[in-house]
Design a protein around this ligand. Structure first.
Ligand SMILES: [Zn+2]
Length: 324
């Protein structure tokens, strides 16, 4: 019996600063940390890596823990810092493409990543939040990142009345940075990876919006649009989905599930412990997000905890079965 553990990464770039990562934010680990983690996992005889389409529960090998690596969004540094390491250790991985990043070079989140780089803009953001939503948000990076995607704030109002008034006067500078540093893989880059034997491509939605603050129709549109773009640009029907921000509220999981089942998706990944939620005709993957602040020990402990809990669940259901 094998237990699937999904390690979810975003940016793998030098923490000291990297040209391809001009809006350095959380969820970044250094290339050395990434190599070290893979080396560590590779050394364990009870660990194995599997491609996303395989069913780890049906593995007949004796390895206790199965890992799958996923990369969201996907920053262009993937080709330079991740791919050679995957090739070296022969580890498969899935990249979950945010279609707007591949299409346009940035998403609305990058406006926020830009704003948090400047103290003056952070203060302006905080003032707008107070004026528009009557909420006092401390102008530090973490608070702004968190509040800007919070489902309690109306999505359209947030962008129109808080983000854009702060961002638009600086838009030209932002666009120059985007053009110069090319932060995300575009369709051409991704189409090269489609042919790579270790790489699978997944859908991460179109807009990279927090689904908890979209209506059912908007969620449908977002999933359909990215699915169709992947089909048009890369020539295949995607079967794996990662929920933007990894979070999904219980009350909207049905909308996500309906849309995905209709399109024939087989896996859906998110972070929240959703043990009571079963995707239709697919598999739910529980994510463990890896970044430099929570690196190594904490994440390894989480892996063990999830694996042990799964083992207990399987054990319990076996016991019930035996009793009946
Ligand atoms: Zn993402």
């Amino acid at each position: 019996m094998s237990y699937p553990i999904v390690l979810n990464f975003h940016r793998v770039t030098p923490l000291s600063g990297d040209a391809a990562n001009p809006f350095r934010v959380m969820s970044t680990i250094s290339p050395n940390q990434f190599r070290f983690l893979l080396q560590l996992l590779r050394l364990q005889s009870t660990f194995s890596f599997y491609p996303i389409e395989s069913e780890p529960y049906s593995f007949s090998n004796t390895r206790l823990f199965s890992f799958h690596l996923t990369f969201d969004d996907v920053p262009s540094s993937f080709i330079r810092y991740v791919l050679p390491v995957l090739e070296h250790f022969q580890v498969p991985a899935t990249i979950f493409v945010s279609a707007v990043n591949a299409e346009r070079g940035f998403s609305w989140r990058d406006k926020i990543y830009y704003i948090i780089q400047y103290e003056a803009l952070r203060k302006l953001f905080s003032k707008r939040m107070d004026k528009v939503f009557n909420r006092n948000i401390h102008p530090d990076k973490k608070e702004i990142l968190k509040s800007s995607k919070d489902s309690v704030f109306d999505r359209t109002k947030m962008e129109r009345d808080v983000i854009d008034p702060v961002f638009l006067p600086r838009e030209q500078h932002f666009r120059r940075l985007i053009e110069r540093f090319h932060p995300y893989l575009n369709w051409e880059d991704i189409s090269q990876l489609v042919k790579h034997p270790l790489i699978r491509i997944g859908n991460h939605g179109y807009s990279h919006e927090n689904y908890a603050r979209l209506t059912c129709e908007e969620i449908n549109w977002d999933i359909d649009r990215s699915h169709n773009l992947i089909q048009e640009r890369l020539g295949f029907n995607c079967r794996h989905f990662a929920v933007p921000f990894g979070q999904i509220e219980r009350n909207i999981h049905h909308s996500v599930d309906e849309s995905l089942a209709k399109l024939g998706y087989r896996t859906v990944g998110w972070i929240r412990d959703s043990s009571n939620v079963d995707p239709k005709g697919g598999r739910l993957l529980h994510y463990i997000r890896v970044d430099s602040s929570s690196f190594a020990l904490i994440n390894m402990l989480k892996c063990w905890k999830i694996a042990l809990r799964r083992e207990q669940l399987v054990w319990r259901s076996k016991e019930n079965h035996d009793e009946n």
